[in-house]
Design a protein around this ligand. Structure first.
Ligand SMILES: NC(=O)c1ccc[n+]([C@@H]2O[C@H](COP(=O)([O-])OP(=O)(O)OC[C@H]3O[C@@H](n4cnc5c(N)ncnc54)[C@H](OP(=O)(O)O)[C@@H]3O)[C@@H](O)[C@H]2O)c1
Length: 277
């Protein structure tokens, strides 16, 4: 069965491509620009843009399973192309904010609308709702290169962050085995950690004397607006400053679905230590 992985150069998609290839599955990796993209042996790159459903025509030929990212311009259009191409399984990545169905919050809205488009497409589906990714710690790289002080937004908010490798492991099973149709998997890591706890783990793994300090709301907003649209900044302030989204609860889903405990932040940091050096 040919599987198309979208976001194949990203944290989750790249882990999924590797896992499926190692398991001997036929995998096609969707990329916007194949220049400089390295894929595991045997994985076919295909070019396409999720904001333009028509651009996926070639990528979808013969595909039966799709790992899909959320939030693109025409999700119903994407799903229509998949159904027409004969896709029989869609594993959609969203987040815990899909459950809020808060249409006044830009992030919750696009997660909710993405799930809705898949539900209405008449293609068997599985939804993955991971909490914050451990790989978000890579956002601290510029500060870690400059010194030992890491200043973070929402310093008082704990999250049961998840290693994207565990999302990929769950996605691989949902794409290649039975029993996952119509299931919604709320995915967490094994521990609920504050940013300062994660930075303490990084300090231990890297052998550095790192310190964590909270940004004021004004500083956090300015920093976030440099990298994302204002409506998304507002959305994250609603989640984490107003407390509309609680990502702190540790759930047993990864272990239940994959048979393995989710990876710890320390394991994630050890695997990615070179990126921080
Ligand atoms: N970070 C979190 O805490 C978190 C939590 C819950 C859910 N999520 C969701 O998880 C998703 C995946 O995150 P990630 O960290 O695995 O990915 P990532 O490392 O942020 O990479 C994003 C991927 O999406 C691809 N992409 C972006 N725009 C595209 C387009 N128009 N057409 C086709 N591909 C496109 C990129 O491909 P290119 O190589 O072409 O750029 C890249 O492979 C996020 O988009 C978010 O919606 C994230």
């Amino acid at each position: 069965m040919m599987i198309l992985v979208t976001g194949a150069t990203g944290n989750t998609g790249s882990a999924l491509v590797s896992r499926l290839a190692q398991a001997g599955q036929q995998v096609r990796a969707l990329v916007r620009d194949p220049a400089g993209v390295t894929l595991p042996p045997g994985v076919q790159p295909v070019t396409g843009d999720l904001n333009r459903p028509d651009s996926l025509a070639d990528a979808l030929i013969g595909v039966r399973g799709v790992f899909l990212l959320p939030g693109y311009a025409d999700m119903p259009g994407l799903l229509a192309r998949m159904r027409e191409a004969g896709v029989r399984r869609v594993v959609l990545l969203t987040s815990g904010s899909a459950a809020l169905a808060d249409m006044s919050n830009a992030v919750s809205r696009y997660m909710t609308l993405s799930e809705r488009a898949v539900r209405e497409a008449d293609v068997p589906w599985t939804f993955l709702r991971p909490r914050a990714f451990m790989s978000n710690a890579l956002r601290w790289l510029p500060q870690l290169r400059a010194g030992d002080l890491v200043r973070v937004p929402f310093a008082g908010v704990a999250a049961a962050a998840i290693d994207p490798t565990d999302i990929a492991a769950t996605a691989a099973l949902a794409l290649t085995s039975d029993g996952h149709e119509g299931r919604i998997y709320e995915l967490t890591g094994p521990d609920s950690l504050l940013p300062a706890d994660q930075i303490a783990v990084l300090a231990k793994v890297l052998g550095r004397d790192l310190r964590c300090e909270g940004l004021t709301d004004e500083e956090a907003r300015a920093q976030m607006e440099a990298t994302m649209p204002a409506e998304y900044v507002d959305a994250f302030f609603r989640f984490y400053a107003d407390g509309t989204l609680d990502e702190s609860q540790v759930l047993p889903t990864v272990r239940e679905v994959t048979g393995h405990p989710p990876r710890t932040f320390e394991q994630w940091a050890e695997v990615h230590a070179d990126a921080f050096r």
